[in-house]
Design a protein around this ligand. Structure first.
Ligand code: DGJ
Length: 725
């Protein structure tokens, strides 16, 4: 049992692998937070309350015994605006008479053995779940607070369902997923910022009185700020310090906030971005907020990352694929861009047959009249002028080589120069009378509309039905502008961005889930929509359009803060690199790309026998260690944002095998290279390290460290293996 209710004290104890989360229902009926941290006994915790009674200059309410409560001074499971609370509200609601006050009081609770899935949105599976129902009887609003606890991981999943229980319409102006109070202000806020080709760079901001906030207003989670925030105790390192991390299972406009308030409490809250948002809640109707996955770590950032990785691998990503050996692809994009024909594609595939590359992925340019990025999106039928004999000719060839076939789509997009746009210009998002913005010369389909979704599902599914396709890369290369749907009435346009997410998830259900044998990879001009909701459908996501190994050390490092290595699609590309012009040895490019779901993306038709032998050896080595990428624990040893080195250590769950990859940016003459200390090994086990030719204990290895043998070159890598003896 992970959730315990103590009737005598009205206290809920929620117990994960190594944390306790506790709150109680106080005399007024408020859900008052008590504790979240390292696992503790199920003791009464009232002594830990920050405030019992009203403080001076605080507004207060009282219970039936006359005891007063200043909500503003309490640690609250949900904040709301109206009586004595001046903090950032978790929910804002307006009644028909203009009443914008809210007071949510305990009504009931149930403890469920298994979490009910959110009906229209992806979420983690399983887990014992507490549903706490709070009601504002005067306002006619109920809030069901969901808490899901996993005994095998250090995350707690939270969300809130808002219901209209009154007799009149309500308008929600804010409907966040959770509120979590932490005690103390000695924290730094960690977020992941970036842009196209520079995704997920860690960024720290000190907490200050007021609000630290990150968001997206793009109807996409975006590369600019990932839907993730962590509160790190001052001085936190990779392996030490208390960290509270939040990752939203959401792909549209979001907001995450950390508000430090006067009494020393730090509230973390967020969910759907309330900028430009409003949602009409008719009588008897409800709005489900997206799930927030909250990780707790007393072992620094590394502990938080491992908690997220385990939770996403065990409870979110498709069980059919998540821990199975991944396709090793050859993708033609950087090899040809739009400039290909059947013969070129066949040559690229043939050149790598029998090397271990097992899937040929035909990227953008195979459909409609698409010879550059100005046309064809939405016309999901083959460009027979370019591909004589249709897709069948190339698919048959790829299959004859014993390889699988993958195909690129961008289902949410529409080109002005396309048959579908000429027939249905209204399918494109836009406001009547206003010019539409282009981005990469394309518009976006209004997938809030059921008829548009039907068109997409039918046209994409027809291609999948009529051809033997084993793999799909689902791309998304721009963000929404002109937020408006022709199908929504004027007073519901504020629902657009959330409805975009709901439309996207429905598309994924009808295309991805309806084709269970096809392996789907997500993409958004690289990693611009890398979020847990997308991972539910896409077991891996193209991490970045920047395939340069040096850049990738940073991008993969930042991405690994939240996401498991197996979710990152990483390719070996040509040198000099197309994005940076930088030259890096083939070994380095492979060593870095092999720290994820690996593949190759270059014109292999130029390969000679030596290249083929090299690629085969690289893939053999990758396959040997692939289980560590799929299931192992990640220890980040050296941070490429802090110096010239990058190092990752992958350790099997039973600690019998491990692999360390070390990379150095620039070499320097007469350099002192310090030992790199492995982490995560069993100190009592003996390990054989083939590269050193020694058998040594885990304790010795982790304390003494290993000096990497790096050649005199820039951008070089070195690998070490550890096998239990
Ligand atoms: C952006 C993706 O990230 C690339 O890998 C490639 O698929 C292009 N789109 C194709 O247009």
């Amino acid at each position: 049992m992970a959730i315990i209710f103590d009737k005598q004290t009205s206290t809920f104890y929620l117990e994960g692998k190594s944390y306790t989360y506790a709150f109680f229902i106080n005399g007024r009926g408020y859900a008052e937070h008590l504790y979240f941290g390292n696992k503790i006994g199920r003791d009464p915790l009232f002594f830990s309350r920050l405030c019992d009674g009203a403080k001076s200059f605080a507004a207060y309410t009282s219970d039936k015994n006359g005891k007063s409560y200043s909500y503003n001074s309490l640690k609250a499971e949900i904040t709301f605006f109206g009586n004595s609370d001046y903090r950032e509200p978790t929910v804002c609601v307006e009644a028909e008479n203009g009443d914008r006050l809210t007071e949510l009081l305990y009504s009931s609770h149930t403890i469920l053995k298994e979490k009910p899935q959110i009906s229209a949105m992806p979420s983690l599976d399983g887990g014992e779940t507490l549903v706490l129902t709070l009601e504002d009887k005067i306002g006619g609003l109920a809030a069901d607070l969901y808490y899901t606890v996993y005994e095998d991981t250090d995350v707690i999943a939270r969300r809130i369902v808002y219901r209209n229980i009154g007799q009149k319409k309500l308008k929600l102006d804010r409907a966040y997923s959770f509120c979590l109070p932490i005690v103390g202000h000695d924290y730094d806020v960690l977020t992941l910022r970036g842009s196209w080709a520079r995704e997920r760079t860690p960024q720290y901001t000190p907490v200050h009185i007021g609000v630290c906030s990150i968001d997206s207003k793009r109807s996409s989670s975006s590369a600019v700020l990932n839907p993730f925030m962590a509160l790190c105790e001052k001085g936190t390192t990779e392996n030490h310090g208390e960290v509270f991390g939040v990752s939203l299972v959401y792909s549209s406009s979001f907001v995450l906030k950390a508000e430090a308030v006067e009494n020393g409490v730090l509230n973390i809250l967020g969910g759907i971005n309330d900028f430009g948002f409003s949602w009409t809640l008719d009588v008897g109707c409800e709005l489900e907020s997206p799930e927030a996955v909250i990780a707790y770590s007393a072992e620094g950032l590394g502990g938080m990352s491992r908690a997220f990785h385990d939770a996403f691998r065990d409870h979110l990503i498709n069980k059919r694929f998540v821990k199975k050996s991944r396709p090793v692809v050859i993708n033609n994009w950087e090899g040809t861009y739009f400039n290909f024909d059947n013969e070129k594609l066949k040559a690229i595939a043939s050149a790598v047959a029998n090397t271990g590359i097992d899937t040929f992925v035909l990227d953008d340019g195979w459909f409609g009249k698409r010879n550059d990025d100005r046309s064809g999106l939405g016309d999901w039928f083959v460009n027979t002028e370019k591909l004589e004999g249709g897709l069948k000719a190339i698919i048959d060839h790829v299959h004859s080589l014993g390889m699988r076939f993958g195909l690129w789509f961008e289902p949410e997009m529409i080109s002005e120069d396309s048959e579908i746009f000429r027939a249905h210009p209204d399918y494109a998002i836009g406001v009547p009378g206003r010019e539409r913005c282009y981005s990469r010369y394309q518009y976006m389909m209004d997938i809030t509309r059921p008829d548009v979704r039907d068109y997409i599902v039918e046209s994409v599914t027809r291609v999948l039905r009529e051809n033997e396709i084993d793999y799909v890369k689902w791309d998304y290369n721009r963000n929404v502008t002109e937020f408006y749907s022709l199908s929504l009435p004027a007073d519901r346009q504020g629902e657009f961005s959330h409805r975009y997410a709901l439309g996207l998830y429905e598309l994924c259900e009808r295309i991805v889930e309806a084709n269970p044998k096809v392996f789907f990879e997500g993409c958004s001009g690289g990693g611009s929509r890398f979020d847990p909701a997308m991972l539910k459908y896409f077991s891996q996501i193209w991490t970045s359009d920047d395939s340069d190994a040096e850049e990738r050390t940073r991008i993969q490092y930042g991405t690994s803060i939240v996401y498991p290595l197996s979710s990152m699609s990483c390719h070996v590309s040509v040198t000099p690199n197309h994005q940076t012009g930088r030259e890096a040895p083939m070994k380095t490019r492979a060593d870095i790309a092999h720290l994820g779901a690996t593949g190759y993306e270059l014109d292999t038709s130029a390969f000679n026998d030596e290249d083929r032998v090299l690629v085969k050896a690289q893939i053999d080595e990758y396959k040997e260690m692939e289980s560590l990428v799929l299931e192992g624990d990640l220890y980040r040893l050296l941070n490429p944002f802090d110096g010239e080195f990058f190092a990752f250590m992958l350790v099997s769950k039973d600690k019998s095998r491990a692999e360390m990859t070390i990379y150095r940016r620039m070499g320097r003459p007469n350099e002192s290279i310090l030992p790199v200390k492995p982490l995560g090994l069993d100190s009592k086990k003996q390990y054989y390290v083939p590269e050193l030719g020694v058998i040594v204990s885990g304790s010795t290895l982790m304390n003494v460290g290993i000096i990497p043998k790096l050649p005199k070159e820039d951008f070089v890598s070195y690998k070490l293996h550890f096998e239990e003896k």
